[in-house]
Write a protein that binds this ligand. Structure first.
Ligand code: ZN
Length: 217
């Protein structure tokens, strides 16, 4: 991409912002005034950074509806301070009712983790997905079709991510304190635009291995 093209793209973004503001104000002249008063989104979304999976558009929601954390391949690890800070703030300050880990078929991060080609620093991040592969090796190896193998890994990665969310001290403490909160794993199809619930939701410590349970302080 040349510098000029680059410039026209960023200028078009600013132009697009002005158009969006005008159109939004036509529908509701107080929209920004009301939105600036504060937020109380009922949902935390943990999704992939992929440009084709924007949380609000694909769920037909608006600014203010979903608190969002995105990273490459929607990885959830217990030592990611960025993710843990978002989760802690969402659960303990915003008091979200649902945490959703949403993967998507055709995820470049998952596909890279399935291969052996070195990309760079990101290989260390994607190692987390190789761990998911390793934990489910028997099932994954038994799938011969590369597309199906990739799709199943995407699902398992989202499920693994949701389970990692459930086993954090943040969620375990919230459940011990009687907070109403559910954690879900979803997968989005780039080809159809549809989301599938992977049916591994949990809403109490009983749904998770006792080893992760935190007694109330
Ligand atoms: Zn992705």
């Amino acid at each position: 991409m040349s510098v000029n093209q680059d410039k026209s793209i960023y200028e078009s973004l600013l132009e697009g912002n002005k158009i969006w503001v005008e159109e939004t104000l036509k529908l509701d002249k107080d929209y920004f005034e009301k939105l600036s008063a504060g937020q109380s989104p009922p949902v935390l979304w943990i999704g992939c950074s992929d440009s084709r999976v924007p949380a609000n558009q694909i769920t037909n929601t608006m600014p203010g509806d979903i608190f969002v954390h995105r990273n490459i391949a929607n990885v959830v690890t217990h030592t990611d301070m960025n993710l843990l800070s978002v989760l802690d703030y969402s659960v303990n300050v915003l008091k979200v009712k649902h945490v959703i880990v949403c993967g998507h078929y055709g995820c470049g991060g998952v596909n890279a983790a399935l291969g052996n080609k070195q990309v760079g620093l990101i290989d260390n991040w994607l190692r987390n997905i190789k761990d998911v592969y390793y934990a489910n090796e028997k099932e994954i190896i038994s799938i011969e079709d590369p597309q199906q193998k990739s799709d199943r890994m995407v699902e398992l990665n989202a499920i693994h991510g949701a389970k990692n969310v459930m086993s954090t001290s943040i969620i375990q403490n919230a459940w011990s304190n009687g907070q109403e909160l559910s954690v879900h794993a979803w997968v989005y199809s780039l080809k159809t635009g549809l989301i599938t619930d992977l049916k591994t939701s949990a809403s109490s410590a009983e749904d998770v291995s006792p080893v992760f349970k935190m007694d109330a302080k």
